[in-house]
Design a protein around this ligand. Structure first.
Ligand code: BES
Ligand code: ZN
Length: 846
């Protein structure tokens, strides 16, 4: 059986640290199984603390000795830390511990990846390196000495030579980093706005040097952007990035030494898709932007995580919008928000953007904290306007530089610059659940009235919600398609809130929540004729796309529930959009996309029905086939028109054309049994075209030879083989998906210790909705087996992956029972981690 339930930590219990840190000197004598860490830390009592207990966090550390002011002390050790008697005055703590990086498979703390030493300390990994007050509101100036035979030795800040490093900026321990190994650098430099030269390096293993150029370019563009848009300059003479193959997350913003999952930084045209390039650009920007929103100003405690993550996601989205176009980026962000955050917010794991308690903080790096956190910043900007937004940000940066802050500190900056009371706005951070906004319309005597009624459903631990302030962007169109009211923000503050538009000749067609100005679910009676009208005429690109999406959803739902045939009006609308040369190719590709099977399952559930994943799969196939047939006269021509000449470039324009071209290819493959896809596969010179061709082939159950050839050709490239593993499982139909996933775990290249490879197989199984939810329950069983296995090695990645079960409540009694059984089996595993225990308990409880 499990240990007694681990203790929850509450925001309301926050107290300031008893002792503050001035300086930290660390010496690492690196060894795979016997690394020695010698620490010398200058502490002083915190005048603001009432508590005088000296407590240091520490986990799995073998303490060799400890001294206070030079005298050996006997510390009181527990599993999680130690206490000791200390003077009521500044003092020096010294200690030596032994740790074993090679056997650290959790990839948190100091660990090894392919012979290279590296660290991951956020959120609470530093305590696995040495005894320390491992909380973000304790900030110190770090000096580091690395002793070992490795060629390259890196840490934060400035390089003093000989494995010695000094970081002049006080920082919390979670931003500490160390890397040592046989690395080579792709180097460059950047001159900041005040004329300082910064040396830039991307450190990789020898064979990866040709995959660094794009990341470097993205880094320089990010540095420039943050200067131009937020006035933020880089603050060290050196900025290092290291690529690591074994990494739990995408990347980490350690001061002056960002560490990246190789998949999130390495790119080449031959091995990376357009989507890879786009993601790498965004992650590089994100981690770089943390230098101000996260590092210079950090979080007081981990409940404030959205202070740095929500804001930094918002900033990276702004950057990507500027680089790649705001309309399509917004659509992509909303697709992801709905697929992940709405799903989370409407299930058992729903929690506020600023949670009030947690057991394991790693479980709260969620879509809600990140993506909904970013939406809140966007709403703030919409409500107060651009000028006030940047003014408030400037105040935040000057007022709080060097501090560990809260959401209250952040909001106060905007209250002070605008004079506006943001207390109702703050509810966005405190209340979980996706608000529903019901739209009522009335036209009378030239006056058009919109009535918004807001409700937020109960979520775990929060039964009752207060009305929030919701900025809903509205435009009005006349019957002839002309815009008669440009975008105007309706600030909904009451439960029922009316807005009037006067002096109109006739009832207008409203375009509501333009640009997805608020992360809410609109509930309205809208006819498909109105949707088709907006798809044709709306001047707001997001709502133009949204209208098509609503149409598609309605069509699919009626196919599921009424056995309807694919709606001709919808098919006609698709043809019109596909043909419309005034629309960007990437927009047209997005408009041709259909709702995912998971979307339809959620929509059915929201409408009070029990979704059947097998049926949804069939409908999705039928509709795709109908679209392919309806469009077969135009797709070959469009495919030819979208051909990109010349050498591959990952820019948005070329990527947009390839995207539309590959949308066409997937439709054409349903008609020509993959003939064109085989041709594209054979002639492609970049991964985007090659991989799309292979995916189209496998989707129509062709391409056996290409599939084998692809593996053979790329077998030494881990990142390409991850894609290949994923595709095998994604393209397996229905009950074959689980068998395929199982087969892939027996493949010689399967390595469960590598999170990318594990996710390639099991993320794909979960993403294969009908396969995972196969009525036999075998998908659930296999998933549970492997989550149990993974938990013993890597609790953090196992816990994240356990969210594949968060939708169990949507399904029929049989499936519910089988999912609960799978979850119960996980929960009853001896020595289950705190991470997975918390997740599975929460998933089951609600
Ligand atoms: N600070 C995080 C990385 C992190 C997350 C460390 C969880 C420890 C636990 C980093 O800034 C981050 O947010 N990375 C994202 C990518 C980003 C583009 C949203 C990631 O790793 O997925
Ligand atoms: Zn981040």
């Amino acid at each position: 059986m499990r240990d007694a339930a681990p203790q929850a930590i509450y925001l309301s219990d926050y107290t300031p640290p008893a002792y503050l840190v001035d300086t930290v000197e660390l010496t690492f004598k690196l060894h795979p199984t016997k690394t020695r860490v010698i620490s010398k830390i200058a502490f002083r009592p915190n005048p603001e603390a009432s508590n005088k207990t000296f407590y240091l966090h520490g986990e799995n550390l073998d303490l060799k000795w400890a001294r206070i002011d030079g005298a050996e002390v006997k510390a009181n050790q527990t599993e999680l830390g130690l206490t000791a008697q200390v003077p009521d005055a500044p003092f020096i703590w010294e200690a030596e511990v032994e740790i074993s990086p090679e056997t650290n498979t959790a990839l948190e703390g100091l660990y090894m990846s392919k012979g290279m030493y590296c660290t991951q300390c956020e959120a609470e990994g530093f305590r696995k390196i040495t005894y320390y007050p491992d909380r973000p509101d304790v900030m110190g100036v770090f000096s580091v000495t690395i002793e070992c035979d490795e060629k390259i030795k890196l840490s934060n800040g400035n390089d003093l030579g000989d494995g010695k490093w000094h970081d002049p900026w006080p920082k919390p321990a979670y931003l500490f980093a160390l890397v040592a190994g046989d690395l080579v650098a792709h180097s460059d430099s950047f001159t900041t706005m005040s004329g300082r030269d910064v040396a830039l390096n991307i450190w990789v293993r020898d064979g990866d040097l040709h995959k660094c150029a794009f990341g470097m370019d993205a880094l320089k563009r990010s540095m420039k952007w943050d200067e131009e848009v937020y006035g933020r300059e880089y603050d060290l003479d050196l900025f290092n990035i290291v690529a690591v193959d074994d990494f739990n997350m995408g990347a980490m913003e350690n001061k002056g030494l960002n560490i990246f999952n190789s998949a999130a930084v390495l790119a080449s045209p031959e091995t990376s898709t357009d989507a890879n390039f786009e993601r790498i650009e965004a992650i590089i920007a994100h981690e770089y932007f943390h230098n101000w929103t996260g590092n210079r100003i950090t979080c007081r405690d981990w409940f404030q995580l959205c202070l740095k993550e929500g804001l930094t996601v918002f900033r990276d989205q702004q950057f990507s919008g500027d680089v790649r176009g705001h309309a399509t980026q917004r659509i992509g962000n909303v697709l992801a928000l709905r697929a992940r955050q709405f799903r989370e917010d409407n299930g058992p794991l729903a929690h506020p953007v600023r949670p009030t308690s947690f057991v394991e903080i790693n479980n709260f790096y969620t879509s809600t904290v990140y993506e909904k956190g970013a939406e809140i910043i966007g709403m703030l900007k919409t409500l107060i306007g651009d000028e006030a937004y940047y003014k408030g940000c400037d105040l935040y940066f000057t007022r709080h530089d060097g501090q560990a802050c809260t959401i209250e500190d952040w909001l106060k900056c905007f209250e002070d610059t605008t004079g506006r009371d943001l207390s109702q706005f703050k509810l966005w951070y405190e209340q979980a659940g996706t608000p529903r906004v019901k739209v009522g319309e009335d036209f009378n005597d030239g006056t058009y009235t919109l009535t918004f009624t807001q409700t937020t459903p109960p979520t775990p631990g929060q039964d009752v919600k207060d009305p929030k302030v919701i900025p809903i962007a509205v435009g009005l169109l006349a019957e002839n398609g002309n815009e008669i009211q440009t975008t105007k923000i309706c600030e909904v503050t009451d439960e029922v809130h009316k807005f009037r538009f006067t002096n109109l000749d006739a009832k207008p067609v409203p375009s509501i929540n333009r640009g997805f100005s608020a992360p809410v679910i609109l509930e309205r009676d809208q006819t498909n004729a109105e949707r088709a009208f907006l798809l044709a005429h709306d001047t707001d690109p997001f709502n133009k796309w949204e209208a098509g999406r609503a149409l598609a959803k309605d069509v699919m739902i009626r196919m599921v529930t009424e056995d309807a045939t694919p709606d001709q009006a919808y098919l006609d609308a698709l043809i019109t959009v596909a043909r419309d040369n005034t629309l960007d190719p990437d927009f047209r590709a997005l408009a041709l996309g259909r709702p995912s099977q998971d979307d339809i399952a959620q929509a059915l559930f929201d409408g009070g029905q029990t979704p059947d994943p097998t049926r949804i799969y069939q409908v999705s196939e039928t509709l795709s086939q109908s679209v392919a047939e309806a469009m077969q006269d135009i797709t070959p021509k469009l495919y030819a028109e979208m051909a990109v000449d010349g050498p591959y470039s990952p820019d948005a324009k070329a990527a947009g054309k390839r995207s539309l071209q590959n949308s066409c290819l997937s439709l054409i493959s349903r008609i020509d049994s993959g003939a064109l896809a085989a041709k594209q596969y054979a002639s492609s010179d970049n991964m985007t075209m090659q991989f799309s061709a292979l995916a189209s082939l496998l989707n129509v159950e062709k391409g056996e030879d290409e599939n084998i050839a692809f593996y053979k050709h790329w077998k030494d490239d881990r990142l390409v083989i991850d894609k290949w593993f994923s595709l095998q499982v994604m393209s397996a139909k229905l009950s074959k998906a689980t068998a395929k996933a199982k087969e892939m775990t027996a493949h010689p290249d399967f390595d469960m210790a590598n999170p990318n490879r594990f996710r390639a197989v099991f993320g794909a199984l979960a993403g294969n909705t009908a396969g995972f939810h196969d009525p036999s329950g075998q998908g659930y069983g296999l998933m549970a087996d492997w989550l149990i296995k993974l938990d013993a090695k890597n609790p953090q990645t196992a816990a994240r992956m356990s969210t594949v079960f968060e939708t169990w409540h949507r399904y029929d009694a049989d499936r519910q029972q089988m999912m609960q059984a799978a979850l119960g089996r996980i929960l009853n595993t001896p020595n289950l981690s705190r991470d997975v225990t918390e997740m599975v308990t929460r998933i089951l409880e609600a």
